[in-house]
Design a protein around this ligand. Sequence first.
Ligand code: F1P
Length: 345
Amino acid sequence: ALRTCIGSRIHDGDIRLDKIRLTDDQIRNIGRIHIVACGSAWHAGIVGKYVIEELTRIPVEVDLASEFRYRRPILRRNDLCITISQSGETADTLAALREAKANDVHVLSIVNAVGSSIARESDDVLYTMAGPEIAVATTKGYSTQLAVLYLIALKFGEIRQTIAPATAAKLLTALEALPDQLESLFADEDALKALAKQHADKNNVFVIGRGIDYGASLESSLKLKEISYVHSEAYAAGELKHGTISLIEEGTLVVAVATQDQLYEKLVSNVKEVKARGAYVVAIVKEGCTDVEGVADKVFYIPQTEDIFTSTLTVVPMQLFAYYTAIERGCDVDKPRNLAKSVTV
Ligand code: F1P
C-alpha cells in the first residue's frame, strides 16, 4: 500500500499531487493549516504538523474533529483545512469539514474510501490508496496517511521555496526508500513475538518520545489499547518529570522511541531515569545508535532515514508488538471489542 501511495505520485523526481485545485499562488499565501481528524488519523496529523512546519514554515494546528466542530475555531480565508479520514465517513470529521467550508476555507482531504462523504464534500482529495480491505484498527491506513502528508509538505515546501532543491531531492530519495525499509522491519517479527509473550501480563505500558517520536508514540500506544486492551499511555518524554514518573515502578514496561538526532541524548537520559526506578525499557532507535544497548533492556533498530520520516518505520515494531500481545491475551485482532470500522454517529 505504501509503495503504491508513494510510487504512483513521484515521476522523474517530481511530485504529482493528482489534480488538486489549489493553485501555486494559493499555496504560497496559506496563512495557517488546520489538520482535523479522529483516532489514528489524528495521530498521523500530529506527525504531519512537525513535517509540514519543518518543510514549509506554515503554522499548523492539529485538532480532534470532535473538539474542532464545537469550539468555534478561528478560521481565515487564506487558511487551509486538511481533514484526514480512512473511511471518509467519520461523523465528527465530516462536521468539521463543513464548518471549515462554511467559513470559506479550502478543504483538502486525505481519504482512503473513494466516493465517500468526506471525499465528495471536499474541495480537493488525495487518496491514500491503501486498498479496500482495511482492518478496524488502522495500520496501513496510518502509514499511507503519513506518506500523503509528507508529499504535501515536500510539494508545498518546493512551491514556497522553503526547502532548497538539493534538500528536496535528498528528501524525495529518502521517501522513495521507505516502502523497502518498512518491509525490512519484519525481520524482527520473531523477537517482537517473544517480547509480547514475555510481557503479556503487563497492564500498564508507557510509550515515550520527543518531537516527532512523541507523535509516533501516541499511535503506538493506541494500537496496544485498541487490539490488546492493555492500558497504555504516550508521553512527551520531557513531561515525565512533571508527575508521570511517579507511575513508574519495578517491572513497568516503558517503550522509548528515540529516532531524532538532536533529541537522542535527552531521550537516553529519560531512559536512565525510568530504568533507575525499575522499568523494563524497550528502545526503538535508528541503526547505528548502539550506545543505548547498555542502558535499555531491549533495542530495536529502524533503518537510517531522514528524521522527519522516521514515524513510518517506528510504529511498525509497535504494531507487531500490539498484534502479538493481543494474540497472547486471547483477543480477536480482527474484531476489536466496541470498535467500529467507521464512526458515523
Ligand atoms: C477514525 C478511527 C480510526 C480507528 C477506528 C475508529 O476513522 O478513529 O482511526 O482505527 O477505525 O475510527 P477514520 O476517520 O480514519 O475512518
